[in-house]
Design a protein. Structure first.
Length: 103
């Protein structure tokens, strides 16, 4: 299967960097943030090869994949995957406003 191009929404980038920054500040070093970055990057590489591996959502073109405590929501377009956001599943689900992020 052909590899899909990956793009990140602005919100998704901010979500991900906020998560990484939180752990860097909390732990006083970047070790865990680097591991988390690698883990999420590996999942994104996996979906770029197999975009339909993620679980379908209530939105036709949107799928989700869980990586540890994080949910990655992405939209499938022709040969393009748009990372909509990265969500820490330990947060209050009512804070997640998916409707505002789907194109």
């Amino acid at each position: 299967m052909a590899k899909y191009k990956i793009e990140w929404s602005t919100d998704a980038k901010l979500d991900f960097f906020d998560i990484l920054e939180f752990y860097t500040k909390r732990n006083g070093n970047k070790a865990y943030s680097k591991k988390l970055y690698a883990k999420i990057s590996k999942s994104i590489a996996l979906i770029s090869q197999n975009p339909f591996i993620g679980t379908p959502t209530d939105y036709d073109s949107v799928r989700t994949i869980i990586t540890g405590d994080y949910q990655i929501l992405y939209e499938i377009h022709h040969k393009l995957l748009l990372i909509v956001f990265v969500w820490d599943c330990r947060r209050n689900p009512e804070d997640k406003k998916i409707e505002q992020r789907i194109t």
